[in-house]
Design a protein around this ligand. Sequence first.
Ligand SMILES: C[S@@+](CC[C@H](N)C(=O)[O-])C[C@H]1O[C@@H](n2cnc3c(N)ncnc32)[C@H](O)[C@@H]1O
Length: 533
Amino acid sequence: MPDSGISLPRDVCKMPDRAFLYLAITLLVINCLTLGLRWRMAGKRKRKSGGERRGIHHRNRYADNPPDFAQLASLYPSFEPYVFYSRDGCPRIDWTDFNATRELTRVLLLHDHGVNWWIPDGQLCPTVPNRLNYIHWIEDLLALDILPATRAEGDITTGFDIGTGANCIYPLLGSSVLGWKFVGSDITDIAIEWANKNVDSNPHLSNLIEIRRAGMGHGVGKSENNPILSSEGGVQLSNPGAENVGFLASSVLETEWNAKKYYDGPPVLLGSVKDGEHFDFCMCNPPFFETMEEAGLNPKTSCGGTPAEMVCSGGEHAFIKRIIEDSVTLKDRFRWYSSMVGRKLNLNILVSELWKVGATVVKTTEFVQGRTSRWGLAWSFLPVSRKISSSQKVEENNLSFMLEGLQRQHGAFHVLQYVESYLSSNGASSKLDAAAFNVDITISRNQINTILKPETCDLSNSSNNNHGEVDSLPFCLHCSTTNLALFISMFSLIFRRFLIDHSIRNDEHKLSIPKSTSLSASRATWRVSIGRF
Ligand SMILES: C[S@@+](CC[C@H](N)C(=O)[O-])C[C@H]1O[C@@H](n2cnc3c(N)ncnc32)[C@H](O)[C@@H]1O
């Protein structure tokens, strides 16, 4: 009997042929079903852990048509020596060979985008399909109508690429694929020289792209009055969120944040943006690492990358934090600020920092690049329109409300963290998603009853002083039952506790509650999520 890979009980071997055949088929079917189930579960697990997991952007031209190495080799003799055929007959290249990856990028840019391009040995070599994902995500952000338009219709979309590199990839792709204008900044001579060469070799794009040395005393924040640069030229260490820490002092995020180092390199946006300039967006593929060892240079690929491109003091966290600080000064000079982020932990920390500094909207996405993931982080300070989409309007279990009377230093994020910890301490399962800016709560009727018990509800100690400016925060409540009134009572109580705990006079606070909700459901457990809209 050939080795089927399935071991059978010994007496099965004595069975008559037909019985054995049935058994073998049954085992095979069970095996297939199990495999299928595992496969489906793996798929589900992936989506569950990755949230809105994204691969290649649906508008990315390589989404349905990955680069055809054989065709490229037949069309471009310079690429041909790098292509070999594996045993299964598939054309491949050696991803650990820098010359091969550089030649692939060159021919892809030429063949698919009509772009002439080159970089010197060792400079960071971009993977065209990956870089296109970020461009298309920016396109998605610009199409969102939650922010007011900041330029006249018909004006060309204009972006700022922080750290454009010798490869100048984002301006070249953004201008050739979407006709956008770009300013690309960098700090090294080699990047400035080669980015300019790459622009000059494409006369059809050169009027769309300007290469600029960062921090050369342009406009806002020029060296002599740059509010961020200290007299020693280092970065002034603002204690992040100092006035906002409050009850969060011990939270994990804060601890992580405070443990981080600070960027002390050349200016980033301040000093690079000229007086009167406005941009639709900025983008950045930052130096991700603190050391070249950390960069670890993936042994499975060779995309080059010099220390100047890969490394900065404090790593990506510090660099992006610096972009955030600059954006706080530049505010609506950019419609959207954005950056790539290499680590999920940093993404969460940066999202929470953005809410603290007053961003009006924060968006994130995941870019799946082969076996690694990167994240996109975008934010704005423009007023967000409170338009409720038609799908939200028909959902009867969605409720929007305002929490008024908060002091301005208590951001909506603080309120959500308070809700999370308050409910957790009362036994409910409560999970804050910093990126999505909401808290998911699973709570039982008994737990709600305990929270609403008169002794728990004693809110009489409310004679605190109110100081500072007051503000109001819009929230949205999504509830898996129609029993909103119960939740509103509970949240009203939690918010009142928050205000009391933070020395805000009780009578200043107001929670608008709809009149027509009824208390009827008898389910044991509900799911509710509260977030900012
Ligand atoms: C990871 S590389 C990105 C290059 C290119 N944008 C890409 O995606 O391949 C980071 C770039 O940021 C540049 N850089 C570092 N500090 C900078 C600063 N303060 N302002 C502008 N660019 C900076 C580096 O020289 C480097 O070219």
